[in-house]
Design a protein around this ligand. Structure first.
Ligand SMILES: Nc1ncnc2c1ncn2[C@@H]1O[C@H](COP(=O)(O)OP(=O)(O)OP(=O)(O)O)[C@@H](O)[C@H]1O
Ligand SMILES: [Mg+2]
Length: 363
């Protein structure tokens, strides 16, 4: 049973927007494309070096490595890295997720069945319940859980020793983790968006695994539209492959990649439907802002969380949208990208990320 079974609606939403990978085939392909060892893992040089030191040192000491927290936007390789950690240690891997742990008892059951040196991957760790979180503090620090026996006033806590294990937590929202939890990780790896040249390597690697013929210009075209995200690069590659096989002879070059991505509404900058819907609403409905996140989300028919976590990080990074204390505002580049002209009188039209924090009063 998958750890996500208890929360299918949530997974589906994230998948629809980011990966369009709700069907089993896409997920199977994604698994097949995962690098298995640290050396195969492309990019993230800093995290890779730091992690490699942590793992090597632990191996040298013959001890289990410190707990590892991986944080960063979706699709950058957190799950992949957790599997690599277990593989590099030659340790068994147990996978679960915050939303799957509703009760502290669920966590106790998992923890008490761990074997020595096992790697426990806890995805979406920021979404764990409070009591489970507190149980985890103790388990991480003292390798102990208190098992509650009985009910009501007669209940007693029986301490249970755990074998040393390594927790690998993953989160897209490191800021939501309570400090006591964050502090119990010996190492935190912050995943960064990938450079286009790194994504080109991802595309070439995946193309080889999928038996797709692609030239460097074709790979660059896909990489440039992948929003700094390997998962998106892999997904776009598969769609381009479909197009190349159905409409052409299966070989991918720059022209074929560009035509295919136009069919799938991924523009030259990598904005997809959701990104453009957000910008479009911001410009057309709210004159470029400022507008609150929830209002913007309603306008595009999405959850605030989806807009904030899926669309905005990319739009902000591209310099198309700015988050300010008064709300979201469009930058001059956003008007330009959608081929629109900011309203002449509006002081909001062309704000290059310099919000007027104090209401503009200088008198
Ligand atoms: N550094 C990398 N090199 C090659 N492929 C990668 C790399 N990072 C990620 N990928 C590919 O991208 C896909 C998504 O990676 P992964 O599932 O690890 O992301 P994630 O950070 O766990 O995302 P989420 O937050 O949505 O769980 C995987 O199929 C993997 O093949
Ligand atoms: Mg993951």
């Amino acid at each position: 049973m998958s750890p996500y079974d208890s929360d299918p609606a949530d997974r589906l939403r994230a998948d629809q927007v980011l990966a369009a990978a709700a069907d089993g085939e896409d997920q199977a392909v994604e698994a097949a494309l995962r690098p298995k060892l640290l050396d195969e893992f492309i990019g993230q040089e800093r995290v890779r070096e730091q992690l490699s030191l942590v793992l090597q040192a632990a191996r040298k000491r013959g001890a289990t490595p410190d707990h590892v927290l991986l944080s960063g936007p979706p699709g950058l390789g957190k799950t992949t890295l957790s599997m690599i950690i277990a593989a590099e240690l030659g340790a068994p891997l147990r996978i679960t997720s915050g939303p799957a742990i509703q009760h502290a008892g669920d966590l106790a059951a998992i923890l008490s069945s761990l074997t020595e040196g096992e790697v426990l991957f806890l995805d979406e760790i920021h979404r764990m319940s409070r009591p489970a979180e507190e149980m985890l503090y103790l388990a991480m620090e003292d390798f102990r859980v208190d098992v509650i026996v009985g009910k009501g006033p007669g209940a007693t806590a029986i301490p249970l020793e755990l074998p040393p294990f390594t927790l690998v937590g993953a989160t897209t929202r490191a800021g939501l983790l309570p400090p006591p939890l964050r502090d119990r990780f010996g190492f935190t790896g912050h995943m960064e968006f990938y450079a286009p040249s790194e994504l080109e390597r991802v595309v070439h690697r995946s193309a080889a695994l999928l038996d797709v013929q692609i030239d460097p210009a074709g790979a660059a075209e896909i990489a440039g539209r992948s929003r700094g995200t390997p998962r998106i690069a892999n997904r776009l590659l598969r769609r381009v492959r479909d197009y190349a096989q159905v409409r052409h002879d299966g070989v991918v070059d720059r022209e074929i990649a560009a035509q295919a991505l136009a069919v799938y509404e991924v523009d030259a900058r990598g904005l997809d439907r959701l990104d453009r819907a957000v910008l479009d609403a911001l410009l057309r409905l709210f004159g470029g802002g400022p507008v609150g996140l929830s209002t913007l989300a309603v306008a595009v028919g999405e959850e605030a969380e989806t807009v904030e976590e899926v669309a905005e990080p990319f739009l902000v990074r591209e310099g198309l949208l700015a988050r300010t204390p008064r709300g979201r505002i469009a930058t001059a580049a956003a008007w330009q990208h959608l081929g629109m002209v900011p309203p002449p009188q509006s002081p909001r039209g062309a704000v290059p990320g310099q919000p007027d924090l104090f209401g503009g009063a200088s008198s």
